[in-house]
Design a protein around this ligand. Structure first.
Ligand code: ADP
Length: 478
């Protein structure tokens, strides 16, 4: 089975979020499982020199972006068995950031046209073309409506993965002739139109053979008006080809047994290192070193999506309890200032670092007892899985990927890998925090049982990789 995986970002070359992590991990896993998978990306200026030096020039040609005749260099790099192609055009991708430019529509129209035209030139026409998010969501449409005359392309099946439904690629109808060199028929008949614009993501949802999101619960939630960002109706219509596949986490970087960034390594078989990391975390954050006080942690973008309004509402109350709270993150100014104020008022209990710090983040995961993640919505979420792997029990709003990865503690059965609350209100978050703190203090053996259950869960890419292969197979065999 041949796969071409198209994305706008991919770690370790350049990334801004979850898409970049998936684009790194999934192709590697699929390669391990024997697939011929290749990845195609823009040759962004941000790519570190050490990778640039390893790229070889394959060929170049010109792409017509409407009336523009644009250069397209194809570069190639092989890493861990995966072949990466980079689409090189300095005018479009020689910029400081990855996104957020006035001509993003043109940049990604070019990229998608270039990807499609590249396939026959490099002689790699895949069985499956896997698009990701809006930047590559027009490819299934273009293959069918613009390049249908290329016989080899007629057998290509397409998959679209939605990592974030908030960004849809919305542009005026004129881009069909102006950038894609096409007529407006599919705009006028409503297929690619949404709210009187061309909508890349909607178009991808309609034209892709299969659509998936990054957790099963989120796949259900985006079919409702609350979470669908306007596209819920389209998704309900296409629900038979929609499913959810959970992301995994990077098992090499996030391994408590070998992590070089933490003071003491530990494992399910020997948890002594966890206590050492807790003291180290308390010390690093300037809090009193106390073994018996539950240490709550936050590592996150400090935004409304992540539910910090709930934490802010209850902070005063939280500080009444015999707990400690450490916060690592950057984000909205109000939340940053709020946490700073509380840290100044309660220096014995609350300490914050308003920064992005990968090393400190690992100490937080390894040293804390509880991880707070009350997201308002969460397509998948990685932090809760990382914290569980390090034996830090998450408290989550039971939604999206959080619901699919954390088993809330059940007092009757004793089962659980964390704690959950269902209704998005600060009262329920606070009740859950109190419940967790009480369990920590009063039932240490139960707590240890939960820690072990959390650490024993498999959050590797092994199962998700298998699920994607099954998805591809479904399409090929249909
Ligand atoms: P999202 O991608 O929506 O921000 P995820 O939970 O999927 O949320 O992934 C967040 C990732 O970013 C995690 O690996 C987390 O450790 C990391 N991270 C977030 N904030 C910081 C920070 N301030 N310092 C270091 N790492 C951070």
């Amino acid at each position: 089975m041949n796969i071409l995986f198209a994305a706008a970002e991919c770690a370790p070359f350049f990334k801004t979020g979850g898409l970049g992590d998936v684009a790194e991990a999934l192709p590697k896993e699929l390669k391990k499982k024997g697939l011929d998978i290749r990845v195609v990306l823009p040759y962004h200026q941000q790519m570190p020199q050490k990778y640039r030096d390893r790229c070889e020039d394959v060929l170049h040609f010109y792409v017509d972006v409407g009336w523009r005749h644009q250069y397209c260099g194809v570069k190639k790099l092989e890493m861990d068995g995966v072949i990466y192609y980079f689409i090189d055009n300095d005018y479009y991708f020689g910029r400081e950031g990855l996104y957020g430019y006035y001509d993003d529509g043109e940049r990604f129209a070019y990229f998608q046209l270039a990807v499609i035209e590249m396939m026959e030139k490099i002689d790699f026409v895949p069985d499956i073309l896997h698009s990701n998010d809006y930047h590559t969501a027009m490819i299934p449409f273009l293959i069918r409506e613009k390049y249908h005359w290329i016989q080899d392309y007629q057998k290509i099946e397409t998959v679209l993965t939605i990592h974030n439904i908030e960004f849809q690629g919305v542009f005026s109808a004129d881009i069909l002739p102006d950038l894609f060199g096409m007529g407006k028929e599919r705009y006028f008949d409503g297929t690619v139109r949404f709210d009187d614009n061309v909508n890349f993501l909607k178009t991808g949802i309609l034209y892709a053979g299969r659509v998936n999101t990054v957790s099963p619960s989120y796949a259900q939630e985006i079919q409702t008006s609350e979470f669908g960002a306007g596209l819920d109706g389209v998704l309900r219509m296409e629900k038979d080809k929609l499913n959810g596949i959970l992301n995994g986490i990077n098992y090499t970087l996030n391994d408590p047994e070998t992590d070089p960034l933490i003071p003491a390594n530990f494992s399910l078989a020997d948890l002594t290192g966890k206590g050492i990391n807790k003291s180290a975390l308390q010390k690093a954050m300037g809090l009193p070193i106390k073994e018996d006080v539950p240490l709550f942690a936050v590592v996150s973008r400090l935004t409304h999506q992540k539910g910090f309004q709930l934490i802010m509402d209850e902070l005063e109350y939280m500080m009444d309890g015999d707990i400690q709270l450490v916060v690592l993150g950057t984000g909205e100014a109000g939340f940053e200032q709020g946490f700073r104020d509380f840290a100044a008022r309660f220096p014995e209990k609350c300490s914050v670092s308003i920064s992005f710090n990968v090393k400190l983040a690992q100490l937080f995961y390894a040293g804390a007892d509880v991880f707070l993640m009350p997201s308002a919505f969460e397509p998948c979420g990685l932090s809760q899985m990382i914290s569980m792997r390090y034996g830090t029990l998450p408290i989550v709003h039971e939604i999206g990927g959080l619901k699919d990865t954390v088993i809330p503690y059940n007092e009757e059965s004793g089962e659980g890998t964390g704690f959950g609350f269902y209704e998005f209100r600060s009262f329920y978050l606070m009740e859950t925090i109190k419940r967790a703190a009480a369990l920590y203090k009063e039932k240490p053996s139960v707590w240890q049982q939960l820690v072990k259950a959390a650490m024993a869960k498999d959050f590797s890419w092994e199962q998700p990789g298998q699920a994607y292969i099954e998805l591809y197979r479904l399409l090929i065999e249909k």
